[in-house]
Structure formats: C-alpha cells, structure tokens
Design a protein around this ligand. Sequence first.
Ligand SMILES: Cc1cc2nc3c(=O)[nH]c(=O)nc-3n(C[C@H](O)[C@H](O)[C@H](O)COP(=O)(O)OP(=O)(O)OC[C@H]3O[C@@H](n4cnc5c(N)ncnc54)[C@H](O)[C@@H]3O)c2cc1C
Length: 441
Amino acid sequence: MKTCSCFIGYIAMNFGQPDQNLTDKPYLCPMKVIIVGAGAAGCFAAIELKRCRPDAEVVVLESGQRALAKVMITGGGRCNLTNSFRGVTSPERVYPRGHRLMKRLFHRFGPEATRQWWEQEGVRLVTQEDECVFPRSQRAGEVVETLLRGMQEAGASLICRARVESIRQTTEGEAGGRWEPVTADGRTWRADCVLVSVGGKLGELGKSLEAQGVKMEAPVPSLFSFCLPGCPITKLPGLVVEHAAVGIAGTKFASQGALLLTHWGVSGPAVLKLSSLAARWLAEAGYECRLSINWLAGYSEGEVRELLLDLKAGNPQKQLVSVHPSELQGRLWQAILLQSGLAPEQRWCELTAKGMNKLVTELTASTYAMDGKNRFKEEFVTCGGVALGQLDGNTLEHKTLSGLFFAGEAMDVDAVTGGFNLQAAWTTGWVAAQSIAEKFP
Ligand SMILES: Cc1cc2nc3c(=O)[nH]c(=O)nc-3n(C[C@H](O)[C@H](O)[C@H](O)COP(=O)(O)OP(=O)(O)OC[C@H]3O[C@@H](n4cnc5c(N)ncnc54)[C@H](O)[C@@H]3O)c2cc1C
C-alpha cells in the first residue's frame, strides 16, 4: 500500500499550495485535517476551519469530478439555501430525524447566522412568501461559486476524483489520535482529525467506519413521490391542488400542502413531507399502504357538507358535473364524482343523502392503494446514517474515536423540503469546524 507523499496527479482543482508531504512529514504544521466530501457541509466546514485556524492544513477529498455538484442542482437550480423558520413551531415536523441536535446547534449557528454569513459573502438573499430563502440571483451557481472562492481564499486544498474507501485510526503520533483515510487508488493519507461529510450514501466508507465502531442507522430514502398504480387520478397528470391533506391510513403520519398529480401517482410538497415523516415506516412496510387524501384540507367534514348542501340548494336543476367547489378543478371534481359512484350528469336535486355522504367521504378521506415509491430514484435525501447518540452533541466528534467528526447528511439528520436540509449542512459544518479548530490549542 502506497502512502501518499504528493498530490500531483490528483489535483483537479487545487487551491493554494498544500503541503506536498501531508502524510509523511511529522508535525510541520500544528494541525492536519482531512475533510471527506466536498459537498455543502464539507466545503462550508473547510472555509470556517481555515478562517479560525489559518495555520491548519485542510485538505478536502472529493470522489466526484467537481465539488458541490449536488448543491448546483438544489431548488431546481435556484438553491433554497435556508428557511426563515417563521411558523416552525415544532422542530420535529421539519427535522423528523435529528431535531433535538439541530435545536441545540442552532443556538450556535442557526438560520439567522446563516443568512448573515451569506450576505457578508456578498450573496443577496430573498425570502419567499412560503418562508423559503433563495439567493436573489435565483442561481445555485452563485452559492457554489461563493463556497469555492471562500475555500480558495482561505487556503483550503480541494482534491477531486479522490474517493475515500476506508478510514482507520493509527496508534502512531501524538495524542494517539492520528487518522488514515485510504482512497480508491490504494493511497493512504494521514491527518490529526477527519471530518466525514460524504452525504447520505456512505457505501464502502460506511462499512469501514462501522468496523471502527461507528454505529449506523440503516439508510432509507426520504423525500419521494408515491406510486398509485391503476388509480383513476393518475389520468390527470399535472393537476395541482393548492391545499390538500395527505396521510397514511391507520397511522398518525399526515401532512398538508400543495399536491401534484402525476402519471404514476402523487407528488408535490404535501407528499414529499409525508414521505419524510414516514420514511422509515414506509421502508419497513415495503412502500405498500393506503394513502388517504383530503382534497379540501381547509374545511372540516361538517363544512364540506355545508358547502355541498349550499351548492345543491342554489343549483337544483344543474348537473353535478357543472357546479363544484371553487377550490377544485373541474377534471378532478368529475373524477371524484365517479369515485363516489355518482353519474356526472345527475342533477343536484337528485342527490340522495347516501350519495351526499359518499361525496363528503371522497372529498375528505379518499383512500388509494400505494404500491411503491417513484421508480426513478428521485429521492432527495437519505434518512439514516451515523447514529447521533454516539456523537458529542456540542462538537460532533465521535465520543470514543477522538479526532473523528461528522457533518451534514452523513449523520442521521434529515428534513422536509424548504431549505432545512441545507441549513443542517451549514450548521453542522460550522460546528464541526469550530470544534476541530479548538481541539488543538
Ligand atoms: C435534486 C435535489 C435538490 C435539492 N434541493 C434542496 C434545496 O433546495 N434545499 C435544501 O435545503 N436541500 C436540498 N436538497 C438536499 C441537499 O442538497 C442535501 O441535504 C445537502 O446537499 C447535504 O449536504 P452534504 O454536504 O451533507 O452532502 P452532499 O452535498 O451530498 O455532499 C457530499 C459530497 O461527498 C462526496 N462523497 C461521497 N462519498 C465520498 C467518498 N467516499 N469520498 C470522497 N467524497 C465522497 C460526494 O460526491 C459529494 O460531493 C436537494 C437534494 C437533491 C438531490
């Protein structure tokens, strides 16, 4: 096995001049740190660490051809980089995994600090009505460019096409805490501290960490849409219901928001949120369950009945299909009538009490058989990863493996949509960087 004595040949983008002998020289600089993964958390941490400790040697190893590839496609290319958090009364509703940790860390680097950080870097921000925060330029590229420039100016080194396959602890060196990441080409690197920020797919590296004693929560997808095979509403692809409520029948998992009908089932914010809240439950159920939809989430069942009785009283001679609640589009109304067993051409005055009951039920609690999540592996984040209980909640260092830190989605922290996932990456990257900076006086 070769020990890496030179970066030449690796450097896809090399900022500054890293110590050519990072691994071989004993301690020429006070602290050598390797950050594994140049995503949101890793790059943010690299900047903060170098700013706190300009004397430290910080090298970011990235498996891909370029850094921040995922950030570039976030928010549909606009990058929803945080959220105002106004109206987030219950953190567990936005962080189904890791809400206690995030609440604690937000006292140190929360959404407001994040906004200030980006504004100070020259990225002007805008908060949408739904409280999602974007760069005013509406360009994820601006976020990526800012991070890359920050790393370069701070003097962190970025080495692409360097997949870390294992990390082991050596007994050699001061304080017994030296770490050896090994890249796919068999080269061994050496550092005092390693920050693992590889995102949700830990792969081989995850197995190696488990062998070192790091406990993992099994990874399962989160933020995906649902397949409803053979369901009539799939004949209305592209139709959006602005305010629907969805839930998994027989459980407490439920969410509200816009619902998008697709040619394979349902998607949109309400469904993505439900998939996040129930990510582990759904995986264990093999993605088979009954999905319940309230098409008029703004109304109680009693109010829906009142609404229909008003329509009946005001339009007795009109056909059911021609008059409908203004919140619903005609095509969906027709599908709901058919699902209720009612003929669309029937007159309102002919609607019996039984028919009315069926219609109310279909409007407020239609149920559909879900069989599988979307087929295109489109899930946005991973639920699971490094179990939080073994990490120091103030430093993000492993409690027994000194010098091993974690940040971002590699940890068992994930959120619903709305900028909360990137916020977790910034917060945990910042905290890990501060903790590493303070570890060696
Ligand atoms: C399409 C899409 C859109 C999204 N939009 C938003 C949004 O608008 N707002 C929001 O808050 N969240 C969004 N997310 C989620 C958000 O992008 C992630 O939660 C966030 O990027 C996680 O940051 P991270 O640094 O932990 O991981 P990542 O950003 O995934 O970075 C991990 C990096 O590590 C590298 N890596 C992996 N394994 C290794 C290895 N063994 N060795 C070396 N390098 C390795 C990867 O190549 C990657 O560059 C979106 C996700 C997707 C997929």
